[in-house]
Design a protein around this ligand. Structure first.
Ligand code: LLP
Length: 413
């Protein structure tokens, strides 16, 4: 993002276009991505890991931004892709992602989804449990590459809703059940068992935890492939410090040199750290209320940013049309959904907001659109990618017609 001159002084611009102009054209709430920044961040991961460990693969954890335009960008910039369900698989295929570079996750994959993945020629299935092996025994008609997800027992130091590697995790099999599941797969003529997978959690700010995960996964056995998941945290507020991509890769590769067999293939699955910082959410201020405190209510909320309610992440919003104002007050930024947890920022430092101002929440590129819902009949926002002064719509705003189309009267008509 950058600063340009506007009618009220400094204004926020993204990809060379003032945010005020983008919201005039595309409406609000609007998710805006700096496409050049996004591509740069992808290359840091792809090139960075290949330089350090040539036999490696960086997977875009597509649950963080399952959008056709993003799947296409991911493939263009050299990423493979992980999908966690039939819907993400459909979106990836629609974007033209090479099925061999798709990897299928999930702790409760249905027969129908597995069949869809097998028919598409999916690269790898990351098997979660014994029932899934039984399903695959029934469904496989040709050789299929498989990994097994294990529970490492690494308790990621992150919000409880974001930790997935602890011993009570619903994802994967405990280490002491892995050997038996692996033996089952190795005995099957069509199962090409390649190695193991783990994922310890999300928004992890200490690279030591990734080193620990690599060490843990090495103890499962000697295999061709080790997929150590995603989870690198990003900086959301001025006082937060996040590791660089490079120091994260250093930590993983150092631990791999010390623990993994030589010649093994390493896979990682970043989501948040690829897309979060390239995206912002823009809203219109609808009302400003002074009761005991100052409330600034915007035309979105937990219907398009529910992640804040789930993770209690703090944000520092700005008024995109009034960057230069020196007078700052404390306000609570709230959404429009009927839920007291619909709070975007508890104590925001903003110029005294006015109806019609454009409020921007930065670092919302990950886990926003993907978790958007229709609470209170809210419509999914539009997404634009902006680069070199040009904007392109990659997801149109949901309409009332879209909303009605699912329901009985429309079905009858
Ligand atoms: N691999 C697997 C198997 C995952 O489950 C996830 C995320 C990732 C990779 C990517 O993790 P990342 O690099 O994005 O941290 N809504 C929650 C986050 C859920 C993360 C789900 N799994 C939140 O915003 O905290």
């Amino acid at each position: 993002s950058s600063r340009v001159d506007g009618p009220e002084g400094g204004e926020l611009a993204i990809g060379g276009i003032p945010v005020t102009r983008l919201v005039e054209e595309y409406g609000t709430p609007l998710q805006i991505f700096d496409e050049a920044g996004l591509r740069r961040q992808v290359r840091r991961f792809v090139d960075g890991l290949h330089e350090r460990w040539p036999d490696s693969e960086v997977l875009f954890a597509s649950k963080s931004l399952p959008v056709v335009g993003m799947y296409a960008l991911a493939q263009e910039e050299g990423l493979s892709v992980d999908v966690a369900g039939g819907g993400e698989l459909q979106l990836a295929l629609a974007a033209g992602v090479d099925p061999a570079r798709l990897h299928f996750h999930g702790n409760a994959k249905s027969d129908a989804e597995l069949r869809m993945a097998l028919d598409a020629g999916i690269g790898t299935i990351i098997v979660d449990n014994d029932d899934e092996i039984t399903r695959l025994e029934r469904l496989l008609t040709k050789p299929q590459k498989l990994l097994l997800r294990v529970i490492p027992g690494v308790d990621a130091k992150t919000h409880a809703s974001q930790a997935t590697g602890g011993l009570d995790s619903k994802f994967g099999l405990p280490m002491d059940q892995a050997a038996q599941a692996i033996a089952r797969m190795q005995a099957h003529p069509l199962m090409e068992f390649e190695g193991v997978h783990l994922h310890i959690g999300s928004q992890i700010l200490d690279t030591e935890q990734f080193a620990e995960a690599v060490e843990k996964i090495s103890t499962v056995g000697t295999f061709d492939t080790y997929d150590v998941g995603g989870g690198l945290g990003v900086k959301y507020t001025y006082d937060e410090v996040a590791p660089s991509v490079e120091s994260y890769l250093d930590a993983i590769v150092e631990a791999a040199r010390a623990n993994l067999p030589e010649g093994a293939r390493i896979m990682i699955e970043p989501g948040r750290s690829l897309v979060a910082r390239a995206g912002v959410s823009a809203y219109r201020v609808v009302t400003v209320k002074h009761t005991g405190k100052t409330f600034v209510a915007v035309d979105g909320g937990l219907a398009d940013l529910i992640d804040i309610a789930l993770t209690e992440q703090r944000y520092e919003p700005v008024l995109a049309n009034r960057l230069d104002e020196a007078w700052i007050e404390t306000a609570q930024v709230v959404g429009r959904q009927c839920e007291s947890g619909d709070l975007l920022v508890d104590r925001a430092q903003l110029p005294p907001a006015r109806v019609g101002d454009v409020l921007v929440m930065a670092t919302t590129g990950a886990y926003s659109y993907t978790l958007a819902n229709n609470y209170n009949g809210a419509l999914k926002p539009a997404i634009v990618f902006v680069r070199d002064g040009e904007a392109r719509l990659v997801a149109r705003r949901e309409t009332y017609e879209d909303l009605l189309a699912l329901h009985a009267p429309a079905l009858a008509g």
